[in-house]
Design a protein around this ligand. Structure first.
Ligand SMILES: [Zn+2]
Length: 283
């Protein structure tokens, strides 16, 4: 994909992009070149990230209608776990079991400002980040690869959704991912979001470089979080995600929410059954 050629060697998001958002550029015929390029990168990185079958990469999917989220499992054999899985995401965060983060090693966020680029991939606005930011979750290190947005939020708390949710996607070996979700509520405008929205390229344009970006500016002050095991929230819905969802929200302006909604008025999968999974609360 073009992300890799623009700044060689610095972007590692190819397969994660593929896993999380499938075929870029709205699945249309105009997307063929980039889809092919992403597929090629996936093949190159397949071994590194666990050899995930990329067979469904070119299957059109969306959030409503014939290819909507209630039909993903039947769109392609590689999407079957979207229907059949027992550890799917998102979920309603309720009934969490409180505890001290020291019990399991907790979360250490080690992000820093790195080069970044913005892409409209046909399912969301995604920011690919260069190497250099990572987290240590429960003793295991994951590298930040990209972050992207959903409207409304995918996770809910006691049945209530937020205006938006940002997902910071981190990868470790063996294809395992750790994603940090942060709720976004209407309030004061966010200066980082302002810069990102201004840089959004057209859906058929190349990713737009935005220079050095510190993703930490999009974290809430409080470091409490919900923690559970789940899946990608987009096809192929792979159950490889250690989820962290921050309990505090960040604020963005209603105009910033509206600007995203003008591009993606609804790109949230509904909450999925817990099927006995535990949600822990770390404060
Ligand atoms: Zn997401």
């Amino acid at each position: 994909m073009q992300a890799a050629t623009r700044i060689p060697g610095t972007f590692v998001g190819g397969l994660v992009l593929l896993l999380l958002v499938g075929a870029p550029q709205g699945c249309g015929p105009e997307a063929e070149d980039q889809t092919e390029a992403v597929g090629q990168m996936a093949a190159e990185q397949g071994e590194e990230l666990g050899g995930e079958d990329a067979g469904g990469a070119e299957v059109h999917w969306g959030y409503e209608g014939e290819a909507g989220s209630d039909r993903w499992g039947g769109l392609d054999p590689s999407f079957a776990v979207c229907d059949a899985g027992l550890e799917q995401s998102p979920v309603d965060l309720t009934g969490a079991i409180p505890g001290d983060a020291a019990e399991d090693g907790g979360l250490d966020i080690q992000w820093r400002a790195t080069e970044a680029e913005v892409v409209d991939n046909g399912h969301t606005i995604q920011i690919n980040t260069a190497e250099g930011s990572s987290i240590v979750l429960e003793g295991r290190e994951f590298a930040l690869v990209q972050f992207h947005f959903h409207l409304p939020s995918e996770h809910t708390v006691d049945g209530t959704a937020s205006a938006m949710e940002v997902h910071f996607v981190h990868a470790a070996g063996e294809g395992d991912l750790a994603v940090i979700g942060v709720f976004m509520e209407a309030g004061d405008a966010d200066p980082t979001i302002r810069g990102l929205w201004e840089a959004i390229p057209g859906p058929e344009d190349s990713p737009a470089a935005v220079g050095a970006l510190d993703p930490g500016t999009l974290l809430p002050e409080g470091r409490g979080y919900f923690r559970y095991q789940g899946s990608l929230t987009t096809p192929p819905c792979s159950e490889v995600v250690s989820w962290v969802v921050m309990t505090e929200s960040i604020s963005v302006s209603q105009a910033q929410i509206d600007a995203f909604a003008a591009l993606y008025p609804m790109n949230a999968r509904p909450v999925q059954p817990l099927n006995g999974r535990e949600i822990r609360l770390r404060t």
